[in-house]
Structures are given as C-alpha cells and as structure tokens.
Design a protein around this ligand. Structure first.
Ligand code: SF4
Length: 698
C-alpha cells in the first residue's frame, strides 16, 4: 500500500491531574511522537511520562476480545498472576455471548439477593462522560449508590474537610498561581514526581524570589530549593499545623477583618488551640519551636501565600483533621480568595476531579448533590425517570468488607485495579475472588481482571474522545488518535451495552449527547457546551451559563456554604491506627514514583519508563541498611501483620531512619499487601501513609 503520512491529533496526557495538553503524532495507526501543546496548565511543557509513556497503547498484551473464565479454572486469590498466566484462565467469546451472560448474572443476583447486592467501581482514568454513565448505571440499574473510585484512596479526606469548611471540594486556585505567590507551602506532596509540570511552576516561582516551605517527613527534589524543609515526624501533621495556628493567634497575626466577615466558628476554634503551643508540640513533631514560629509568621504575613498538598496529608485516619488545619491556616490569615493564595489539593489521576464531579462517589449525585437530600433525589428521579434510594452507598474499602459479609455478591469494575491499589490487598483479592460474579472492563489483564468471570476489552486513552477535568477545575477535550485494536470497544459503548443487558431502557448516545445530559444536571458546568469545548479545548468551571468565561480563582467574595462563610473546624491530635512496636518496628509509607503510574498497568508496559525503573525497590535510610546488615541492591523481605513481599533495597537518605518508602506499582512486590485498611471516619480513606512493618535480609 501507499505509505501513510504522519498526522497530528490534539489531545491530553493520560497520566496525572496537571492535565497537560499534548499533540500525538500518528503514523500508520501508531503514535510515533508526543509533543507538548500550549495548554493553560502546561504552556507546551511535558514530563517524562507525558513525553515517553505512550507506547503502552501498542503493547502486545492489549486485550482485543471479550473473555470468559474457563469452567476448569477456579479463581485463585493468593497467586501473583502475570498477564500471561492469567490469560490461560479465560477463553475468547463474542460480544453477544458476554453481554447475554452479563445480563443473566447481574439480573440473577438482583432477583436473589435484592438491590443492595451489586456494586461498581469506575475509574479516574475514564472520561467525564464515561464516569457519568457508569454512576447512572449503578444508581438506576443496580438500585443503590454503591459506586466509588480511586478518589477514596487519594483525596476523600481532603474533600470531606473542604466540603465542610468551604462548601466545595475542588481547588481554590490553579497550580500556576504559585507564580503569583510570595510564599508557597507544599505539604505531604512530592510534585516533582507526581505532578512534574506543576512542580516546574513552583520552581520558576522560587527562581523569581518566592519563598518555598516544604513540610514533609521525606526529602524530595523540591526540598533542595526550599527556604525551609520541615522534616516532621510522620503522623504528626496536626501537632505541627495546630502549633502554627497557635502562633498565628498568640502573635496576633490573624486577619481579623477577614475572620469577622467571612468565617464562623472562631471562638471554639481558638479555644482548641490553647494546648498546642510550639514548645509543647516541638517534641511531638520533631520541629523546634522557633522554626514553627518562623514559618507561621512567613505564611501569615506574606502578601499572598498558597498551600499545595497531596496524599501525605490525606492518607491517614486523621486525614480530614490534617486538611481542616490547612483550611484554618488560610481562613485565619485571609490567604484565600485572591490570585496567588488559597488551597490546592493536588489531584492524582488525570480525571479524578471530573470523575468525582460526575458522581462517581457513593454519597453524592453529580455535582456533589447529596443522595440523602430530598430535593436532589426528587430532581434525579425525574431526570432519570426512575426511583432512587436515599441511602448513601458504600465506599471502596467498605465494599471489600461487604463482599466478605456476603452483602455484595456481584461487581462491575471499569478501569480500576483494587487487587493492587486497595490496602490489605490480600484481603481485597480474597473478596474479589469470592464474588458470585465479577465483570472487569480494562485494556490489560490486570491483577483484578485475573479474578474476574468476564473481562471486556476497553479503549485506551489515545483511542477515545471525551472531556477530562484537571486539578485546576479545567474541563479539557481529549481526542481519539488511534483506532481500537481487534474487538476492543469504546468504554462509553460498553457501559451502554451493559445497561441494556440488565434491562435499562437507555437510548444510544454519542459522547456529545452524554456530555449534554451531564451538564444539564451539573450547575457548575452548565455553561460549557460540547461545541465550546471542541472550539476552545479548555474551560475552567464554575461556568454556570453559556458565555460565562469560567473562574480559575474562586471564593473571592463568599464561600458556597449555607451561610456563605468559611467554617473553622478544630482538629485534635490522633495517632495512626497501627504504631511501630517490637515485632514491627519500622514505619512504611507508600506512594508513587516518577517513572511509574499508580498500579503500573500502563507505565510498566511503556518501554522507556520500565527500562528506567524495572524492579520493585524499597527506599531505606543508610542507618537502617547498616543495622540490618543489608547492602543497597540486596533483596529484602518486608512484612506487616497482613502480608509480606520482597523488594530490592535502595539506599536513600531522603527517608528518615526508622521509616521506609515504597511505590505501589509493582505486581511482583505488591506493597499494598502490607498496608493498613483502617479508615478516616469522615473521608473513609485508608491509612496508606503509615503502618508498621519489619524488614529482614532475604
Ligand atoms: Fe502528563 Fe502530568 Fe507529566 Fe503533564 S505533568 S506530562 S499531565 S504526567
């Protein structure tokens, strides 16, 4: 045939919440190159993942046909599956066959066990339209609100605190506002690794004279350029932050005019701070009182201070309390509602903001309208023409427990990998394997798909058109650059077919039609039309009417709370659920690393990225290596009360002695087998940032 020319398709990076715009250069149905585009979040910049992490779409392990578990292949939870070994458990099938089976299974479970017996996990990797249809399927087809996704494992506690304190769970200012700040606080986040292009704005700001305070138990790339690195003891966030708040009150650094006009709860709040003097908290958090005073003054007295935070704040049983303290810092000092100020919980996945907005959470309809609110329920009953429950659904970790309790009997999992990402992963795998019926929709044979009854071949990012919402609340357009491989199908089509199979009478909708249905029930994005997105590529909400320009900075005059005021909520000092002891003396923190993304299903199939970080490593302080008689590069065994894995020891003075860090992307060293499923009572987020382990030479 005639050789094809390279053509360019404007789209988005599939990885992190920064939401960089990219151009895919495509030749003969393959991406040959990715280039940064001049988007609002990235100004043509890209990181290593965005630039080189695209070839997973062409990986030979892509699923290309529907699969049905073979009758002679029982599910085995306690086996570390590889994609190849798991594939042998299934046989190929046609779409007609699997859709019929899916209908029979889900309808059968509903008939036998009632409408609390099915649940669904959607994905923060899917588009807004897919997230919207998925949650609608669970609410209207399964008849309950047991629908959730990975936000529960990332910022659920931050969102709980933000909704309570400010009336909105999203960020107040975009990442780039770091460039307008005089003081930048980064706490419990490692943006150079997890939001790399976002970190470049912070670095540029520092080069231009901004002061950077990094508060983190670990050193990171940013700590090298920080004015202060506050390397506090893990688990003591509230002690440190309340001590800063104590200084702000006792040294009269409070913005009284702002507090009087725009906040409530001041008296009870400051009363709670009394015991949290810097002197009393210094031994608790490991930071001397003078330094606490200094950073509190810097933050409070600058013309514009902004706070960024990540999972280091949120993934604790006191994650909501941690975030309450950060909100209080901004409210007490009036550092919110202006450019260069505010609160920015850095979103992880590229559409975790949008998936949450679209209702992929068990207690809210789209746009955070509570399922328990009679008005919201009545609206959606009319909008979707069905009866709805008013009982909030179960969350990710609660669903795993409900499976064990035999309440949940069947699940539909689209694009999530709880067998790798859930805490106490051995338990999660047991639960998934014990389901009467598990349907998984994904692009690879993931560790979760290996436990399914039916696996559906889905569309990769570069194969779909849809809208995605980044950490800045900017809704952006992604465009399909590639055809689907084999018999794989668009996720949007698959969800609609599953809906039909379980008896829902939906009319077939295009992506633009789904977006339109969605925006008409979501006041915050009502003004964004599909045509406008196609034309402008990016619009920031709130955008409530057509022609509204969108608002990158919010809370300028009022907060979207019932009273219009921000709420100061006191936080008390609570310690981690599982503290180190004689048997398990070391603290394990988990997270991500630059080259790999979450459970690794994509980046470990990207040649460049996997070559950079090919094996599971655990970062250990040189003192701890010495104590164990282990050398860097040796294999160590790491165990908690819940499970054990092996990994290569990496010497890294970035972690404190007595603590180790490991990324959760390695199937052959699945660190979540060790983590603790204890939950924050408000956000229901598990304590992935702190559990007790022991390590020995292997
Ligand atoms: Fe992609 Fe995030 Fe890197 Fe941008 S910073 S290229 S969105 S991974």
């Amino acid at each position: 045939g005639v050789p094809q020319q390279t053509h360019a398709v404007d789209s988005l990076c599939p990885f992190c919440g920064v939401g960089c715009q990219v151009t895919y250069h495509v030749k003969e149905d393959r991406i040959v190159r990715v280039e940064g585009r001049d988007g609002p979040a990235n100004d043509s910049r890209l990181c290593v993942k965005g630039r080189y992490g695209f070839d997973y779409v062409h990986h030979p392990e892509r699923l290309t046909q529907p699969l049905v578990r073979r009758e002679d292949a029982p599910k085995q939870a306690h086996r570390d599956w590889t994609a190849q070994s798991a594939m042998a458990q299934f046989r190929p099938a046609t779409w007609d066959e699997v859709l019929e089976k899916i209908g029979q299974q889900f309808k059968g479970i509903l008939a036998k066990h009632g409408n609390q017996s099915l649940a669904g996990f959607g994905s923060a990797k899917c588009s807004n339209e897919e997230a919207y249809l998925f949650q609608k399927l669970v609410r209207t087809g399964f008849g309950n609100h047991h629908v959730d996704h990975c936000t529960r494992l990332c910022h659920a506690s931050s969102v709980a605190a933000l909704l309570e304190g400010l009336g909105s769970g999203a960020v107040s200012n975009p990442v780039k506002d770091a460039m307008k700040a005089e003081v930048i606080v980064v706490i419990g986040a490692n943006p150079t690794v997890n939001h790399p292009v976002g970190a470049t704005w912070m670095k540029n700001a520092v080069a231009d004279g901004a002061k950077l305070i990094v508060m983190d138990p670990r050193q990171s790339d940013l700590t090298r350029i920080a004015t202060h690195h506050i390397q506090f003891k893990p688990d003591t966030d509230v002690a440190l932050l309340n001590a800063m708040l104590n200084v702000i009150v006792s040294e009269n650094l409070v913005d009284h005019a702002f507090v009087a006009r725009r906040t409530e709860g001041y008296d009870a709040f400051i009363k709670n701070l009394t015991p949290f003097t810097p002197e009393a908290m210094a031994p608790v958090c490991g930071i001397d009182a003078d330094t606490i005073r200094q950073i509190a003054r810097m933050y409070a007295t600058s013309k514009a201070s902004i706070i960024f935070w990540g999972m280091g704040v949120s993934q604790h049983i006191h994650g909501t309390d941690n975030a309450r303290c950060l909100i209080a810092l901004a409210l007490l000092t009036g550092q919110i509602g202006r450019p260069g100020t505010g609160l920015h919980p850095l979103r992880g996945q590229n559409n975790v903001q949008g998936a949450s907005d679209a209702g992929l959470i068990p207690m809210m309809f789209p746009d955070y309208q509570k399922v328990s609110d009679a008005k919201a329920k009545a609206f959606f009953e009319e909008y979707w023409n069905c009866e709805l429950s008013d009982k909030p659904g179960l969350t990710v970790v609660e669903i795993m427990k409900a499976i064990e309790d035999k309440q949940i009997r069947g699940m539909y999992i689209m694009g999530e990998n709880p067998a790798m990402s859930d805490p106490d992963a051995e338990h999660a795998r047991e639960s998934l394997a014990s389901l009467d019926f598990l349907l998984v929709q994904d692009i690879f044979m993931t560790e979760t798909a290996a436990l399914a009854d039916i696996v559906l071949p889905a569309s990769a990012f570069a194969e779909k058109t849809g809208s995605f919402t980044n950490t800045d609340r900017t809704v952006q357009m992604a465009r399909a650059a590639l055809p689907l491989p084999g018999d794989a199908r668009q996720d949007l089509w698959i969800i609609q077919q599953v809906a039909k199979a379980i008896g829902l009478n939906w009319k077939a909708q295009t992506v633009a039609e789904v977006f339109d249905e969605m925006r008409m029930c979501m006041p915050e994005i009502r003004g964004i039309t599909w045509e406008r997105l196609e034309r402008e590529d990016a619009v920031t909400y709130p955008c409530t009417f057509e022609g509204d320009t969108g608002h990158p900075v919010v809370f300028t005059e009022t907060f979207p709370t019932p009273s219009g005021k921000g709420k100061l909520v006191p936080a008390s000092l609570v310690h981690a659920d599982e503290l180190p002891d004689e048997d398990y003396p070391i603290v394990l923190m988990t997270g991500r690393q630059l080259e790999h993304w979450h459970t690794g299903s994509m980046t470990r199939r990207s040649a460049v990225l996997d070559a950079l970080e090919p094996v599971p490593v655990v970062q250990m302080h040189p003192e701890d290596l010495n104590k164990l008689g282990v050398k860097a590069g040796d294999v160590v065994e790491m165990a908690s009360r819940r499970g054990a894995i092996q990994a290569y020891a990496r010497q890294d003075a970035a972690v404190q002695p007595g603590t180790v860090f490991m990324a959760f992307c390695y199937a052959e060293g699945a660190i979540n087998k060790l983590t603790n499923p204890a939950l924050d009572p408000f956000g229901k987020i598990p304590e992935l940032k702190f559990c007790a382990v022991r390590i020995s030479a292997s």
